[in-house]
Design a binder for this molecule. Structure first.
Ligand code: AMP
Length: 481
């Protein structure tokens, strides 16, 4: 979901979200709250839920974490009666914390009510928005997601599911969608399957979620990933699969494996944890350095640091301790807040670090805020030398498909060479995993340059979704029209 400050201002993107849905359980709302709680890492700004009891749809929403809004026994949760429910966690770095933008959206259409939750970004959002407004649509939010509702409302198809399909044919970009209509729950993934969506089962109920960790918390069994370009319609007769448009080779977001997803999730047949460890192992082979200890930047660098340490036969140790009561660094809206966020979040384990040659492993360098602070922290704690190893290639391009990244000028690796970055962050040496190394760690023999196996636009600038009409691309400065 993209939020814009005004309908035509697409400059305030920065979203990563979670979706969840359950059909056929007497405890639908409670299980949705638990599922959303497991997916809290994907969005901490706001959360919402819509339930359906066969007659009425009911909605509950609020700013803040799931536990603050849907705690056990709370009135808000009790109100959400029904055998099905969908939910959403929102992540935004914009000032648009308005409740009207909190999903799932619930609208009254000609065929009945329609509830919708979205993870991703629509790249033709601005064009769609403009044409819908010019032809009479009244928008109630400033998100791209609402366009989908208007497109469904305007469709001339009779069947609600056909209306949704028709709407999907008109949107471009990345999406994992979960919706409730009548007595059906529907899950959909964009043609390239950029954002994740998995299907599970709990007794007689079906579950949809952004990640499998949401199944574990409720004891649901994983069935499969929803395929790229697939729509699954779930009702009392079970699951029906439909194709939306022509089949394409999927391009799952590789950054989900690097950073975004929880390490205890399995996505597209891979364990996120194992993928991260393997990235660390490949990084150790590509960029070895003599040192006394390998230290992860917690928590995101931990699996890759373990993989690095094992492959390099260097002891792994916790030289940085993280305070768990501070949100992700990026959650702060301004650069000044972000910088102090790093200090609030990490502290050196000085006794361990003193007089040692250390290798620091983190998943990525975006603006460089974290690396700068952490390297200094290690030096202040008495480290003899600090070698930084990064478990992703240099992030040189913004994401327009649902991951929060700043514009290109703010990406450190877009402005500087690796040596310049090393100097700037104060490291004795710095290395990123290579693009091919990343693909090897993902179990591929190499990147297929004619038809890459993943979306890796943040590292390569090769954007797999058509750019025309995309406001997101228009804001970029790298020659994208
Ligand atoms: P920075 O401090 O700006 O270089 O950001 C890098 C740190 O932010 C890394 O330690 C990552 O764990 C984390 N990170 C990377 N990408 C994202 C993202 N899209 N949203 C939130 N945090 C991120």
């Amino acid at each position: 979901m993209t939020v814009t400050t005004s309908p035509f201002d697409a400059d305030k993107l920065n979203e990563e979200c979670a979706v969840f849905g359950i059909y056929g359980s007497s405890e639908a709302a409670v299980l949705t709250a638990l599922g959303l709680h497991a997916l809290q890492h994907r969005g901490q700004e706001a959360t919402g839920m819509v339930s359906f009891d066969g007659v009425h749809f009911r909605a509950g929403r609020g700013l803040g974490h799931v536990s603050e809004n849907f705690s056990a026994g709370s009135e808000k949760l009790k109100k959400l009666v029904g055998h099905s429910a969908i939910g959403h966690n929102r992540y935004s770095t914009t000032g648009e914390s308005e409740t009207r933008n909190i999903q799932p959206f619930l609208a009254e259409l000609a065929f009945g009510q329609f509830a919708l939750a979205h993870n991703g970004n629509l790249t033709n959002a601005e064009r769609l928005h403009r044409s819908l407004v010019e032809t009479g649509s009244l928008f109630q939010s400033t998100t791209d997601t609402e366009s989908i509702i208007h497109l469904v409302a305007r469709s001339h198809q009779n069947e609600p599911t056909e209306r949704i399909k028709e709407a999907l044919m008109q949107i471009e970009g990345a999406y994992a969608l979960v919706c409730l209509i009548d007595d059906k729950m529907i899950g959909m993934r964009d043609a390239l399957g950029i954002r994740p969506l998995v299907l599970g089962k709990l007794d007689d109920a079906y579950v949809l979620a952004s990640e499998t960790c949401a199944f574990d918390i409720i004891g649901a069994e994983y069935i499969r990933d929803i395929e790229a370009g697939e729509m699954v319609i779930i009702d009392k007769d079970g699951v029906q699969s439909h194709k939306i448009g022509k089949a394409k080779q999927s391009r799952f977001c590789v950054f989900e494996y690097i950073y975004f997803a929880r390490p205890d999730s399995n996505l597209e047949g891979r364990s996120v944890y194992k993928a991260r460890k393997e990235i660390g192992a490949v990084l150790a082979k590509e960029s070895p350095v003599a040192a006394d200890i390998v230290i992860p930047v917690p928590d995101s660098g931990v699996p890759a640091a373990l993989g690095y340490a094992e492959a390099a036969h260097i002891p792994f140790d916790l030289g940085i301790i993280r305070n768990h009561y501070v949100g992700r660094t990026f959650i702060q809206p301004t650069q000044a807040d972000r910088s102090s966020g790093v200090m609030m979040k990490h502290n050196a384990n000085a006794d361990l670090v003193k007089d040692k040659d250390i290798i620091l492993v983190d998943d990525s360098i975006v603006r460089g805020t974290t690396s700068r602070k952490i390297v200094k922290m290690m030096r202040d704690a008495g480290a003899k030398s600090v070698h930084m190893r990064i478990a992703s290639p240099p992030t040189t391009n913004p994401c327009f498909y649902g991951v929060d990244t700043p514009e290109k000028e703010k990406l450190m690796a877009a402005r500087m060479t690796v040596d310049e970055i090393a100097k700037e962050i104060g490291a004795d040496s710095l290395a990123f995993i290579s693009l091919d190394g990343l693909y090897q760690a993902m179990g591929e023999s190499a990147r297929n340059n004619d038809s890459p196996q993943f979306c890796d636009a943040c590292f390569t600038g090769e954007y797999p979704i058509e750019k025309i009409g995309s406001s997101a691309y228009e804001r970029s400065d790298d020659g994208i029209a």
